[in-house]
Write a protein that binds this ligand. Structure first.
Ligand SMILES: [Zn+2]
Length: 309
């Protein structure tokens, strides 16, 4: 029986024990209640590593035969190093895998640590939950920013949320500073910058009431997601796309399908499906653990990944 521990890092550190691709027991959280949303931002890397280690120990319980620990966090991760993490800025440049491996070793856990982007972790969790660890799964997470995750793991950069979907020179709302990106249209932060007088909730409500400016935007919002999805279909083929994140509530699936239908016309590429799924910590923890387990197998079977620089 493969026993692994998955950890996710967002507003809180949440860890869970995974046995044979299923969550086992309760999730362990720090802080224990969700009220203190700034608790992690205030921690230095060293403090954060100690917190993660503490939650891994709590999740492990009496199970001493842990084969791997997986950590999923919002950021650009390469070889266990956080290259970019806009929401946890103190982590930029941190050698998370190395630091956590050492800290766990001090606490008596000798297991390889694997760090992944949280959107990829989410895709792996959805694959495991649906018993589809043998097929390709992609997931868009619609939140403050736009995440794009894919399963199975493949070396490379998968910043799908920054796919260019418009050549309009005025489209400069993306958090990364790039022009014409999906996130610059769909991201919660970007929407607030665009509509300084209205919250995103009001924009979508006003669109239903016939407000022309809002209606146009809602159409563009769906077109942006369709364009990003179409780009992925044209590069990697059709398949299953999940839609998640707190702003999935704004999705009109019929409208999205209409937009996408206009963009993907080659018949061999039309076998794609779209499905909205709840974003929950259980799926993400499971995904982080499954990815860690697969990373060990991958490392056994492959030479080091090529550099994309
Ligand atoms: Zn961008």
């Amino acid at each position: 029986m493969a026993k692994t521990i998955g950890v996710i890092l967002s507003e809180r550190v949440i860890a869970g024990l995974v046995v044979d691709h299923h969550l086992h027991g309760e999730l362990c959280c720090f802080p224990a209640n969700a009220d203190n949303e700034y608790a992690l931002i205030e921690l230095h890397t060293e403090g954060l590593i100690k917190v993660i280690c503490g939650q891994v120990l709590a999740a492990r319980g009496p199970h001493h035969d842990i084969s791997a620990v997986g950590v999923a966090l919002p950021g650009l991760i390469k070889n266990g190093v956080v290259e970019e993490a806009p929401n946890l800025p103190q982590l930029k440049g941190a050698r998370i895998a190395e630091l956590l491996t050492a800290e766990l070793h001090r606490e008596g856990i000798d297991a390889p640590v694997n760090v992944v982007n949280d959107a990829d972790g989410m895709a792996a969790g959805l694959a495991a939950n649906q018993g589809k660890l043998d097929s390709m799964i992609r997931v868009w997470t619609l939140g403050i920013g736009i995440g794009f995750g894919r399963y199975p793991f493949a070396p490379g950069v998968w910043e799908g949320g920054h796919t260019v979907v418009t050549l309009d020179e005025k489209e400069t709302f993306c958090g990364c500073g790039g022009r014409g990106h999906i996130e610059g249209i769909m991201g919660h932060r970007a929407m607030r910058l665009r509509f300084l007088d209205m919250e995103p909730e009001e924009v979508f409500a006003e669109a239903k009431n016939g407000n022309e400016r809002c209606r146009k935007f809602v159409r563009m919002w769906h077109n942006a997601l369709a364009a990003g999805t179409a780009a992925s279909i044209h590069m990697s083929g059709p398949g299953k796309f999940f839609l998640s994140g707190f702003n999935a509530r704004f999705l009109d699936l019929a409208l999205l399908k209409t937009c996408l239908h206009e963009m993907v016309k080659m018949s061999p590429l039309q076998g794609y499906t779209l499905e909205i799924v709840q974003d929950n910590p259980e799926v993400r923890v499971l995904g982080a653990a499954v990815t860690a387990e697969q990373a060990i197998t991958y490392a056994h079977n492959h030479r080091p990944e090529p550099s994309y620089r």
